[in-house]
Design a protein around this ligand. Structure first.
Ligand code: 13P
Length: 339
């Protein structure tokens, strides 16, 4: 695969007005989500739920790509059309989560390293056959007393870079996702410090692994205070700190940055993205690759009921549209009231 083709796909993933739907919850994670609405996590329920999202009105207008889990990439719409084909026919790029999850890092209590490199070359070849044109690998960095350690950051940066190089070899654009969690009691300054060190190591490793920066998408956390911190930063403060940090550590050769939502409310995730885009132009396009912030309202509206699929679709379509506007800096909080 040529560098131009990787760049063409990466650029399409982060095109202004559109962003990525992260619908790649693993089987244990989607079960947790379904538990919150008392829906049973059967294969058919998971399929029907994903179809509800993928076939929502206006989806292709605001969604450039969808990250799927292995099971979902092999599933189809009720009429038998494979999801990957359904999406690609509408100009939505199919993507695949390829990591095998964050596991405890031996010798480093409380820290994790993401697994999944063994056999990855062969899996990527199969995923390409199945229609995937981009992939995702998530590294998880927790903040607490004495962590993260330099070793944990390094181990995760190294794995991300090995994954990214293998993806590009297979003609698949890597989403490089180092997520600094917002679960702790740390303040926004500590989040910025840890994210800076994380990104610095990630890009050093990407260079060392000869990853083509023009053919990747970065998926970072925003710079926010931990959920348990007493002082939560306002929208403008989050936008300012996030842009400052990214400008310092993300080369302008990267076509785009697609944020994770990480546990922010749907409205906060949209408002933050909008504020950053209003403060542009920036060296890269700034968009979304949200999981919970796109899906939580849809999950609730659906409630696991066949007769509420349309309501679920509509709730998802609304978040997709508002986040699409946020990529242009054209979102306003009063739009939340309209249907
Ligand atoms: P959230 O937006 O819910 O953080 O999920 C994005 C994602 O893909 C995490 O890997």
């Amino acid at each position: 695969m040529s560098a131009q083709e990787l760049n063409r796909i990466a650029t399409a993933m982060v095109a202004a007005g559109r962003g990525i739907l992260a619908a790649d919850e693993s089987s244990p994670t989607i079960k947790k989500r379904f538990d919150t609405i008392s829906a049973e996590s059967t294969e058919e329920n998971r399929r029907a739920y994903r179809e509800m999202l993928f076939t929502a009105d206006g989806m292709a207008e605001h969604i450039s790509g969808v990250i799927m889990f292995d099971e979902t990439l092999r599933q189809s719409c009720a009429d038998g059309t494979p999801f990957a084909k359904y999406l690609a026919d509408r100009g939505v790029i199919p993507g695949i989560k390829v990591d095998a999850g964050a596991k405890p890092l031996a010798g480093y209590p409380g820290e994790k390293v993401t697994e999944g490199l063994d056999g990855l070359r062969d899996r990527l070849a199969e995923y390409h056959e199945l229609g995937a044109r981009f992939a995702k690998w998530r590294a998880v960095i927790d903040i607490a007393d004495g962590i993260p350690t330099a070793y944990c950051l390094q181990a995760n940066a190294h794995a991300l870079a090995r994954y990214a190089a293998l993806c590009q070899e297979a003609g698949i654009v890597p989403i490089v996702e180092p997520e600094v969690l917002m679960d702790g009691g740390h303040d926004i300054a500590r989040c910025e410090e840890v994210t800076a060190e994380t990104l610095s190591r990630v890009f050093r490793e990407l260079h060392a692994h000869r990853v083509l920066l023009e053919g990747m998408v970065l998926k970072p956390n925003m710079i926010v205070a931990g959920k348990k911190c007493k002082r939560q930063a306002g929208v403008d403060e989050v936008a300012e700190a996030t842009i400052r940090c990214l400008r310092r550590y993300v080369p302008s050769a990267v076509p785009g940055i697609a944020f994770l939502s990480g546990g922010q409310s749907a409205e906060d995730a949209t408002a933050h993205l909008n504020a950053m885009n209003r403060a542009g132009p920036h060296p890269w396009n700034l968009t979304f690759s949200y999981g919970r912030a796109l899906q939580a309202p849809a999950l609730e509206a659906w409630g696991g009921k066949v007769d509420r699929l349309a309501a679920g679709s509509a709730a998802f379509a609304k978040r997709a549209r508002l986040n699409g506007l946020a990529t242009l800096g054209e979102y306003r909080a009063d739009m939340e009231k309209a249907a």
